[in-house]
Write a protein that binds this ligand. Sequence first.
Ligand SMILES: Nc1ncnc2c1ncn2[C@@H]1O[C@H](COP(=O)(O)OP(=O)(O)OP(=O)(O)O)[C@@H](O)[C@H]1O
Ligand SMILES: Cc1cn([C@H]2C[C@H](O)[C@@H](COP(=O)(O)O)O2)c(=O)[nH]c1=O
Length: 229
Amino acid sequence: MSTALPKGLFISFEGIDGAGKSSHIEALAQAFRDQGRVVTLTREPGGTPLAEKLRALMLHDAMDPLTEALIAFAARRDHLVQVIEPALARGEVVISDRFTDATFAYQGAGRGFSWEQLSALERMAQTGTALQAGQAPDFMREPDMTLWFDLPAEVAAERLATARVPDRFEAQPGEFFARVAQGYAERARTAPQRFVRIDAHASRHAVWQQITQAVVRKGWLAIMVGSKP
Ligand SMILES: Nc1ncnc2c1ncn2[C@@H]1O[C@H](COP(=O)(O)OP(=O)(O)OP(=O)(O)O)[C@@H](O)[C@H]1O
Ligand SMILES: Cc1cn([C@H]2C[C@H](O)[C@@H](COP(=O)(O)O)O2)c(=O)[nH]c1=O
């Protein structure tokens, strides 16, 4: 007798730098584990040895916006093929700290690179990776849910002011992050069924409640009484 695998789930966390994503990702992973799921916790750019090398280039080496976008998608393709698709095929929950919406927000809205061309790259990089899962050749992999941490750029800047040595993105001026935040809002408007807006200006506890409510509403987790981030 064969035991059916649970359906793989793909959840991404998005938002401008300092929006508070990292503070909750591990807690959500643990909530899934507590309810018997296997979790692959990963990040972008990165998540594979090759993609981590590309991350280091992207975060620290000067380059033009097209180069930046191409590196983001090259890293994503490797990440999808090597990590995300195999984990989904095993019925795991994949939680990624950022995915393609970040490219639209940062390289698109932030740097000014064309969204139309980013859409073409998105289709190229995210199609044909799920054939073994029985998906059609033109199926484009996207997250099942995107938790979008919406926070004004000036609040995120205050939170990060004392935090760490900034990388190429964190060193950008406030106007850059205001554009990135707008980019996320625009992207959320184009995919309302996938995006869940999290009011990231709320307290940590209230943010955690919004996250758990979103996942419980989907029926992916049972109600978690007294759970904490
Ligand atoms: N709800 C909150 N209220 C106040 N401060 C918070 C809240 N959530 C997180 N912080 C603080 O804000 C800072 C940034 O949080 P965090 O590192 O989780 O953000 P992030 O979205 O993961 O950023 P990045 O994408 O740059 O890694 C940290 O100092 C964290 O302690
Ligand atoms: C996936 C992706 C990321 N970025 C930027 C966004 C952040 O500034 C960094 C990653 O740092 P984090 O601390 O892990 O959040 O990279 C980007 O510009 N484009 C992308 O596609």
